[in-house]
Unconditional design. Sequence first.
Length: 159
Amino acid sequence: MHRIVKKPLHSFDLTGPNGALDASKGEQFVTIRQPRLLLVDDEPALANFIASAARECGFEPILTDNDEQFRKQFLGDRPDAVVLDLGMPGMDGVELLRFLAGENYRSPVLIISGFDRRVLESAFRLGEALGLTMGGPLEKPVRLEELELVLTELKSLVP
């Protein structure tokens, strides 16, 4: 289910691809579909923190906490962006990068993880080598300002 936001026409620049006019009630409104961000992280507090920041940046966050949920959600309704943790019980984030590449996913992917910076950079380079559009990476614990900056950048990459 996509979240649709309706606001008065004067509030928006209509140059974006998701804008549309709704004059059915004699008023002019712009309907904008918020880009969906699929998040996989097994730490509920951090997942909710990221989801809250994503909402503030204009995303509709979809939270999953394991590999199976992530794949099912991804295949059921392909998201506009992905945020993933590299290290979770019973799952390897690198496997998810390979899964995304195997699905020819071209929308942005952000890695947020508690692993050492060198591991994050290696995973980032692997994602790029697999043809993914990579953002970040961000090291846990992540500061809100840094997260919002990267999410805003990620949103600008959404096709």
